[in-house]
Design a protein around this ligand. Structure first.
Ligand code: PNS
Length: 172
Protein backbone atom coordinates (compact mmCIF):
# COMPACT_ATOMS: atom_id res chain seq x y z
CA UNK A 1 0.00 0.00 0.00
CA UNK A 2 1.37 3.37 -0.98
CA UNK A 3 1.17 6.30 1.37
CA UNK A 4 -0.28 9.50 -0.09
CA UNK A 5 2.26 12.27 -0.73
CA UNK A 6 2.40 14.65 2.18
CA UNK A 7 0.91 18.01 1.42
CA UNK A 8 1.84 21.18 3.26
CA UNK A 9 -0.88 22.02 5.76
CA UNK A 10 -2.72 25.14 4.69
CA UNK A 11 -4.90 27.21 6.94
CA UNK A 12 -7.08 30.19 6.27
CA UNK A 13 -5.57 33.41 7.51
CA UNK A 14 -7.97 35.07 9.92
CA UNK A 15 -8.12 38.79 9.20
CA UNK A 16 -9.97 41.55 11.01
CA UNK A 17 -10.44 45.26 10.41
CA UNK A 18 -10.42 48.02 13.03
CA UNK A 19 -11.81 51.09 11.24
CA UNK A 20 -12.09 54.56 12.73
CA UNK A 21 -11.24 58.25 12.52
CA UNK A 22 -8.39 58.00 15.05
CA UNK A 23 -8.14 61.79 15.42
CA UNK A 24 -6.00 61.01 17.37
CA UNK A 25 -5.57 57.38 18.45
CA UNK A 26 -6.14 56.98 22.21
CA UNK A 27 -5.17 54.36 24.76
CA UNK A 28 -8.72 53.02 24.40
CA UNK A 29 -8.21 52.39 20.68
CA UNK A 30 -4.84 50.77 21.34
CA UNK A 31 -6.41 48.48 23.94
CA UNK A 32 -8.95 47.21 21.38
CA UNK A 33 -6.33 46.92 18.61
CA UNK A 34 -3.94 44.93 20.82
CA UNK A 35 -6.71 42.57 21.91
CA UNK A 36 -7.83 42.09 18.30
CA UNK A 37 -4.20 41.34 17.41
CA UNK A 38 -4.19 38.48 19.91
CA UNK A 39 -7.39 37.00 18.43
CA UNK A 40 -6.64 37.29 14.70
CA UNK A 41 -3.68 36.43 12.48
CA UNK A 42 -3.73 39.82 10.79
CA UNK A 43 -5.36 43.05 11.91
CA UNK A 44 -5.69 46.03 9.61
CA UNK A 45 -6.31 49.36 11.29
CA UNK A 46 -7.87 51.65 8.69
CA UNK A 47 -8.13 55.42 9.05
CA UNK A 48 -11.37 56.63 7.49
CA UNK A 49 -10.98 59.74 5.32
CA UNK A 50 -14.08 61.79 6.05
CA UNK A 51 -14.11 64.87 3.78
CA UNK A 52 -17.14 66.32 5.56
CA UNK A 53 -15.62 66.24 9.05
CA UNK A 54 -12.87 68.65 10.10
CA UNK A 55 -10.03 66.99 11.93
CA UNK A 56 -7.18 68.17 14.16
CA UNK A 57 -4.64 65.86 12.51
CA UNK A 58 -4.16 65.08 8.83
CA UNK A 59 -4.70 61.53 7.60
CA UNK A 60 -0.92 61.12 7.24
CA UNK A 61 -0.35 62.26 10.83
CA UNK A 62 -3.03 59.89 12.12
CA UNK A 63 -1.47 57.06 10.10
CA UNK A 64 1.95 57.88 11.55
CA UNK A 65 0.70 58.02 15.16
CA UNK A 66 -1.04 54.66 14.71
CA UNK A 67 2.08 53.11 13.16
CA UNK A 68 4.16 54.31 16.11
CA UNK A 69 1.57 53.14 18.64
CA UNK A 70 1.24 49.65 17.15
CA UNK A 71 4.94 49.08 16.34
CA UNK A 72 5.04 46.30 18.96
CA UNK A 73 2.42 44.21 17.14
CA UNK A 74 3.91 42.55 14.05
CA UNK A 75 0.50 41.36 12.80
CA UNK A 76 -1.01 44.87 12.79
CA UNK A 77 -0.83 47.07 9.70
CA UNK A 78 -2.16 50.58 9.19
CA UNK A 79 -4.00 51.78 6.10
CA UNK A 80 -6.24 54.60 4.96
CA UNK A 81 -9.61 54.28 3.25
CA UNK A 82 -12.29 56.42 1.70
CA UNK A 83 -15.76 55.10 0.91
CA UNK A 84 -17.72 52.25 2.41
CA UNK A 85 -16.05 50.11 5.02
CA UNK A 86 -17.61 46.99 3.49
CA UNK A 87 -15.98 47.78 0.12
CA UNK A 88 -12.62 47.98 1.86
CA UNK A 89 -13.32 44.63 3.52
CA UNK A 90 -14.31 43.01 0.22
CA UNK A 91 -11.25 44.26 -1.67
CA UNK A 92 -8.90 43.13 1.10
CA UNK A 93 -10.68 39.87 1.87
CA UNK A 94 -11.49 40.80 5.46
CA UNK A 95 -14.65 39.15 6.85
CA UNK A 96 -14.82 40.80 10.27
CA UNK A 97 -14.88 44.32 11.69
CA UNK A 98 -13.81 44.69 15.33
CA UNK A 99 -15.33 47.57 17.30
CA UNK A 100 -14.89 48.61 20.90
CA UNK A 101 -18.02 49.34 22.93
CA UNK A 102 -17.51 51.81 25.76
CA UNK A 103 -21.04 51.96 27.09
CA UNK A 104 -24.64 51.14 26.21
CA UNK A 105 -24.82 54.54 24.50
CA UNK A 106 -22.36 53.28 21.85
CA UNK A 107 -24.47 50.23 21.21
CA UNK A 108 -27.45 51.80 19.39
CA UNK A 109 -25.40 53.31 16.58
CA UNK A 110 -22.84 50.51 16.42
CA UNK A 111 -25.58 47.87 16.19
CA UNK A 112 -27.24 49.79 13.38
CA UNK A 113 -23.95 50.01 11.44
CA UNK A 114 -23.14 46.35 12.13
CA UNK A 115 -26.51 45.20 10.84
CA UNK A 116 -26.25 47.46 7.80
CA UNK A 117 -22.74 46.17 7.00
CA UNK A 118 -23.90 42.57 7.39
CA UNK A 119 -26.89 43.25 5.16
CA UNK A 120 -24.82 45.07 2.55
CA UNK A 121 -22.00 42.61 2.18
CA UNK A 122 -22.19 39.83 4.77
CA UNK A 123 -19.42 41.45 6.80
CA UNK A 124 -19.75 40.61 10.49
CA UNK A 125 -18.90 42.88 13.40
CA UNK A 126 -17.34 41.70 16.63
CA UNK A 127 -18.06 43.98 19.60
CA UNK A 128 -15.38 44.07 22.23
CA UNK A 129 -16.17 45.64 25.59
CA UNK A 130 -13.72 48.43 26.28
CA UNK A 131 -11.49 48.12 29.31
CA UNK A 132 -13.49 49.97 32.03
CA UNK A 133 -10.43 52.15 32.54
CA UNK A 134 -11.23 53.72 29.15
CA UNK A 135 -15.03 53.65 29.16
CA UNK A 136 -15.27 57.45 29.21
CA UNK A 137 -12.48 58.02 26.70
CA UNK A 138 -13.11 59.65 23.32
CA UNK A 139 -10.78 61.38 20.86
CA UNK A 140 -13.10 64.40 20.83
CA UNK A 141 -12.77 64.84 24.61
CA UNK A 142 -9.00 64.36 24.46
CA UNK A 143 -8.76 67.16 21.87
CA UNK A 144 -10.94 69.50 23.87
CA UNK A 145 -9.05 68.91 27.13
CA UNK A 146 -5.69 69.27 25.36
CA UNK A 147 -6.82 72.49 23.68
CA UNK A 148 -7.41 74.09 27.09
CA UNK A 149 -4.15 72.78 28.52
CA UNK A 150 -5.64 69.91 30.55
CA UNK A 151 -3.65 66.79 31.36
CA UNK A 152 -4.32 63.95 28.91
CA UNK A 153 -1.11 62.05 29.62
CA UNK A 154 -3.00 59.01 30.96
CA UNK A 155 -5.36 58.91 27.98
CA UNK A 156 -3.03 58.81 24.98
CA UNK A 157 0.37 57.26 24.26
CA UNK A 158 3.46 59.52 24.61
CA UNK A 159 3.88 60.04 20.84
CA UNK A 160 0.32 61.37 20.60
CA UNK A 161 0.75 63.51 23.72
CA UNK A 162 3.78 65.17 22.13
CA UNK A 163 1.89 65.95 18.93
CA UNK A 164 -1.15 67.22 20.81
CA UNK A 165 1.05 69.65 22.73
CA UNK A 166 2.70 70.84 19.51
CA UNK A 167 -0.62 71.21 17.68
CA UNK A 168 -2.52 72.93 20.46
CA UNK A 169 0.46 75.00 21.62
CA UNK A 170 -0.09 73.96 25.23
CA UNK A 171 1.98 72.16 27.85
CA UNK A 172 -0.91 69.90 28.93
O1 PNS B 1 -13.86 56.61 14.92
P1 PNS B 1 -15.24 56.79 14.34
O2 PNS B 1 -15.40 58.17 13.75
O3 PNS B 1 -16.32 56.45 15.31
O4 PNS B 1 -15.35 55.73 13.13
C1 PNS B 1 -16.53 55.58 12.38
C2 PNS B 1 -16.27 54.73 11.13
C3 PNS B 1 -15.19 55.38 10.28
C4 PNS B 1 -15.81 53.36 11.53
C5 PNS B 1 -17.61 54.66 10.37
O5 PNS B 1 -18.13 55.93 10.18
C6 PNS B 1 -17.45 53.98 9.02
O6 PNS B 1 -17.36 52.78 8.95
N1 PNS B 1 -17.37 54.81 7.95
C7 PNS B 1 -17.12 54.35 6.62
C8 PNS B 1 -18.29 54.70 5.69
C9 PNS B 1 -19.35 53.61 5.76
O7 PNS B 1 -19.11 52.47 5.44
N2 PNS B 1 -20.55 54.04 6.20
C10 PNS B 1 -21.68 53.14 6.34
C11 PNS B 1 -21.70 52.43 7.68
S1 PNS B 1 -23.13 51.41 7.82
Amino acid sequence: MTTPPSTPTSRTIRRALCPGSFDPVTNGHLDIISRAASLYDEVVVAVFVNQSKSSLFSVDERHEMLSEGTAGYPNVTIDVFEGLVVDYCRVHDIPVIVKGLRAVSDFDYELQMAQMNRGLAGIDTLFMPTNPEYSFLASSLVKEIAKWGGDVSSLVPPNVLKRLKERTGTSG
